[in-house]
Design a protein around this ligand. Structure first.
Ligand code: HDE
Length: 752
């Protein structure tokens, strides 16, 4: 209770910020009951936990009306003031000497306003500048006390508030969301033992093995320094020059060129901690651990032509998708899985677990589900929360520790360091979104933008004047795992780091045929953008060590002969334990939620059948999808059987922004639709992108006019419904949307 009181004094309404519902009672709900029973038998740290339980939203609990935090600012019914609280009478005119005279230097109101404005921007993140975040909670399925003393895993049902930020890597802060790129997946757990940041990506491996190469990698992939192009794209000479000289990047390249590089939604991608971490239990025993996030909505991606078009029509595609889903109450959810293995097991693997360019295949070490992450609240303010949130791999808590991965070592330094210039000083931990729920007491003092007012005369330890406080926590504090020394100081790498291709082969060969085609096409596209042919040759020579088939396809797509394979750095023999890993295909995770939260367009025109539209809307929204009625213009159209209210138009919401399109015909010929070039173009796009299509009544003709074979019985995702659309008639459409795309209709180049 003391700790709780201290925490309140420090930041009295942090729990409120995490959605606490006013009262001290936790909300109803099965897992809360279990957890609060545990809290009954409690220590001080668990009383913090109790506090957080109130802060985490149970399903159905509204967190948005939580009491306002001290730092939240609401101007409702308030008068305008300066930053000093001085009421401002006139916000239109500067102070002048005479109506037509000069503005006066003593106009402190004007000067304060302009000065503040002049300093509104802060430096963007050097990487991952473009991103979107949300609040939520993590709930443990079971106690993992045998493995770790980490606070979030101490009881079944324990709830820990989180803030999550997703991002692209290469583009600037205002760049498009649908670039081909890695996606960041950073989770800040506000635990009762301090903040733990799991700063991961949507791809489980990385380009390089040693932090020493990170600035080179980033300089190579970002816009080229002489002309500042291209924005948010890896398809340029410097990137491919660098990676083709760094064969350790091969495995990661196959992932980035796969459909994982263009996710359909942040809500539909996996996340990975990438490095091998350690879990440490209360006895100081440690196991190695890899972290996996798996989306409940399944893993789904865009196709390249679609991603390119979306980036023009809606550069905020992923940001909007996340925001709208949470606003609509469609809270995205991921399951956290752990791969646990011992040091002895790791030593026997054919790859080195300290090498971030390698995965531990799930067939070798299964993924154990241990909890779920739910995002249920949008930030109040993008800058204050999403922009100022500072993730740091160095932020670990008792029970979580590092491995000796040399890439991770550089990160432990980099993230804290970068915040000092990005957020303007060493006190960034006091910015509300970054400040822990756990109380903070130490003898660090002063610095730019200090918020805390430390009381008393003691800011050193040991002391007697402060009663020895704050005192060392001893074994109850963070204890680094006692790793035995490894040998001489050397600038070198372990032997197995030199094997660069086996897992790239595993990845490529574990993909479905459509995914393999997309990988080849992505290499072809990226390399076709290069101006220096020698770089293409180097990349294709690298690919010959991955797959002869892939190398041949890329070479033929670039109109070049197959070069000799790149000489291999590793000359020894390593026998991979796993030669096929179906879980590496996106198709392995179709999701459990059917068409929930998918976006479907109903194309209408004057004469469209009102009853068919209503049936379609009822069936799709009943299954949790959202339907936009898209017409030649927004507003009222005269349909068959009544008025139709179009809420989007062919020009403001082009068809490629949707997961599927239904064309609502009538019993009259549908010239208005088939004569509209935009409609035909959107239908062709949807068909080409593998998306489900449905046509009612005479609308089948519109599909035919777009060049789509409506007689093709082999394509379950082209649904031709009769005149009177029934709920039964919508079912095959729903099934096709559940399956996401029909890539069997794909040809390269596209015939439609
Ligand atoms: Fe990062 N990375 N990184 N990174 N990273 C940053 O930190 C860095 C790496 C990742 O939403 C920066 O606060 C180094 C791997 C994410 O705010 C910076 C190395 C993985 C985010 C930095 C890596 C990541 C960052 C820039 C190699 C996946 C965005 C701004 C040694 C496991 C977090 C910032 C957010 C951001 C350094 C490699 C993920 C410069 C030195 C591997 C998700 O500190």
């Amino acid at each position: 209770v003391d700790a709780l009181a201290a925490q309140r004094a420090w930041n009295s309404d942090k729990p409120a910020e995490h959605g606490r519902k006013g009262a001290t009672e936790p909300p109803e709900g099965e897992h809360f009951a279990a957890a609060s029973a545990a809290v009954g038998a409690s220590t001080t740290s668990e009383s913090n936990d109790n506090d957080k339980l109130g802060g985490a939203a149970a399903p159905g609990v509204d967190t948005t009306t939580a009491p306002l935090s001290r730092v939240r600012n609401d101007a409702t019914d308030q008068r305008l003031t300066t930053n000093q609280g001085v009421p401002v009478g006139d916000n239109q005119n500067s102070l002048k000497s005479g109506l037509r005279g000069p503005t006066l230097l003593k106009d402190f109101i004007l000067r304060e306003k302009i000065t503040h404005f002049d300093h509104e921007r802060i430096p963007e993140r050097i990487v991952h500048a473009r991103g979107s975040g949300a609040h939520g909670y993590f709930e443990a399925y079971e106690a993992l006390t045998d493995l770790t003393r980490a606070a979030p895993f101490q009881q079944a049902g324990k709830v820990t508030p989180v803030f999550v930020r997703f991002s692209t890597v290469a583009g600037e802060r205002g760049s498009k969301d649908t670039a081909r790129d890695v996606r960041g997946f950073a989770v800040k757990f506000y635990t009762d033992e301090g903040n733990w940041d799991l700063v991961g990506n949507n791809i489980p491996v990385f380009f390089i093995q040693d932090a020493m190469k990170f600035p080179d990698l980033v300089h190579a992939v970002k816009a080229e320094p002489h002309h500042g192009m291209p924005q948010a794209a890896s398809a340029h000479d410097t990137f491919w020059d660098f990676v083709s000289l760094m064969p350790e990047s091969t495995h990661m390249l196959t992932w980035v060129m796969s459909d994982r590089g263009i996710p359909r939604s942040y809500r539909m991608m996996q996340g990975f901690g990438v490095h091998t971490f350690r879990l440490v239990n209360a006895e100081g025993q440690s196991v190695f651990c890899k972290f996996h996030w798996s989306p409940k909505l399944g893993t789904h991606s865009l196709v390249w032509d679609e991603a390119v078009k979306i980036s023009g029509a809606d550069p905020d595609f992923h940001r909007r998708d996340l925001w709208e889903a949470i606003e609509a109450g469609d809270f995205p959810e991921w399951e956290l899985g752990l791969q646990i293995f011992s040091e002895e097991q790791a030593e026997a693997f054919s790859f080195d677990v300290l090498d971030a360019t390698k995965i531990v295949p799930e067939e070798l070490v299964p993924v154990r589900p241990v909890g779920r992450l739910v995002l249920n609240r949008n930030p109040d303010n993008f800058f204050a929360e999403t922009e100022q949130v500072a993730f740091c791999t160095a932020h670990v808590i008792p029970g979580i520790d590092f491995s000796n991965d040399p890439l991770l070592a550089g990160r432990i330094h980099s993230y804290v360091d970068t915040q000092i210039s990005r957020l303007g000083g060493p006190n960034f931990h006091e910015i509300p979104i970054n400040s822990p729920i756990a109380p903070v007491h130490n003898n660090q003092r002063d610095g730019m933008h200090r918020q805390a007012i430390h009381r008393g005369r003691v800011s050193y330890e040991p002391n007697s004047l402060g009663g020895g406080c704050p005192f060392q926590a001893g074994g109850a504090g963070f204890v680094s795992f006692a790793e035995p020394p490894q040998g001489d100081e050397v600038r070198a790498k372990p032997e197995k780091f030199a094997e660069h291709f086996a897992q790239a082969t595993l990845f490529y060969e574990s993909q479905s045929p459509a995914e393999q085609r997309h990988i080849a096409a992505a290499f072809r596209f990226e390399l076709s953008k290069l101006t220096v042919p020698a770089i293409r040759v180097r990349v294709v020579s690298m690919l010959r060590n991955v797959s002869e088939e892939l190398a041949a396809q890329v070479a033929s797509g670039l109109g070049m002969p197959l070069p000799e394979p790149m000489p291999r750095a590793f000359k020894g023999k390593l026998t991979p334990e796993v030669t096929a890993s179906p879980t590496l295909s996106l198709l392995a995770r179709p999701g459990e939620e059917g068409i929930r939260s998918r976006k479907i367009a109903a194309f209408v025109h004057a004469g469209s059948d009102v009853a068919a539209l209503a049936t379609l809307q009822a069936a799709l929204t009943g299954a949790g999808a959202s339907v936009r009625v898209v017409g030649p213009h927004v507003g009222t159209l005269q349909g068959e059987g009544g008025d139709i209210d179009a809420d989007a138009s062919f020009e403001n919401e082009p068809g490629f922004l949707f997961d599927a399109i239904a064309v609502i015909g009538g019993d009259q010929p549908v010239e208005a639709l088939s004569g509209d070039g935009r409609v035909l173009e959107h239908l062709r796009d949807a068909y080409r992108h593998g998306k489900p299509l449905l046509a009612t009544g005479m609308a089948a003709r519109v599909l035919s006019m777009a060049g789509i074979d409506v007689e093709d019985d082999q394509d379950p995702a082209v649904v031709i419904a009769g005149d009177a659309l029934s709920e039964e008639g919508v079912r095959p459409f729903v099934e096709a949307i559940t399956a996401h795309r029909n890539f069997d209709r794909e040809t390269d180049p596209s015939l439609v």
